[in-house]
Design a protein around this ligand. Structure first.
Ligand SMILES: [Zn+2]
Length: 222
């Protein structure tokens, strides 16, 4: 099992041990004893970045995935076992965290209108949340989502993270109700760097909300 440092710290640099680095047809794959890299999953793409060892050999981290409780790092070149400095790419982390944090709050907005979020995907250009109606649900329009978000972003709600006695990590913004969540989040919604654009459609009784952040620099589209 890899120690998931990203669950308890927002640090983007730190050291760890490479336990092994194997090669297969998909590339060079390093297992570390602990990692700051958030793996792909929970509706988010993986962090990217680099590893550097003491003699100064560097490898680019191209992809991070969890396989049976072990977090694996795909590298462009192999690195030998031993101590490495981890550096998570800050811009990529921030971009993914912004899209995820906005999605997280859209879940709260849906909930306030009686819609239960059942599926979430926060990849750049593909962000969507699916909701199922609860007995008290009412119509929720895209304009209402955009306006509520813009108010919450202006208020700069901060993220609140705690772990319960069963080991589940809960994440919420301000006083909005928290969800169990293993993703990466902004410290404050004030870091959302642009206007959130949303569409909302009901299809076969499911509400589907798609969204993007207008001023994001990695090719956001409506
Ligand atoms: Zn979350």
């Amino acid at each position: 099992m890899t120690k998931r440092l990203y669950m308890t710290t927002s640090e983007l640099t730190g050291t760890a041990q490479i336990i092994r680095c194997d090669a297969d047809e998909t590339g060079y794959i390093a297992e570390l004893d602990a990692t700051l890299f958030h793996p792909q999953g929970g509706g988010q793409p993986s962090d990217l970045g680099e590893l550097e060892n003491e003699p100064g050999a560097k490898a680019t981290v191209l992809q991070v995935k969890e396989v049976d409780g072990v977090i694996l790092h795909w590298l462009d070149v192999p690195l030998p076992p031993g101590t490495v400095m981890m550096r998570v790419n800050q811009a990529v982390r921030q971009h993914h965290a912004a899209l995820h944090s906005v999605g997280h709050v859209i879940g709260n907005i849906g909930q306030q209108y009686g819609w239960k979020p059942v599926k979430a995907h926060h990849w750049p250009d593909e962000c969507r949340i699916e909701f199922m109606p609860e007995s008290n649900c009412s119509e929720l329009e895209a304009a209402e989502i955009e306006k509520t978000l813009s108010d919450l972003i202006a208020q700069g709600l901060t993220s609140k993270i705690y772990t319960d006695e069963k080991g589940f990590r809960w994440v919420g913004f301000g006083e909005l109700s928290p969800w169990p969540c293993g993703g990466t989040h902004l410290k404050s919604l004030s870091e959302v760097n642009g206007k959130v654009l949303a569409t909302a459609k009901v299809k076969k009784s499911k509400l589907i909300v798609k969204y993007s952040i207008e001023a994001s620099n990695i090719g956001e589209k409506e």
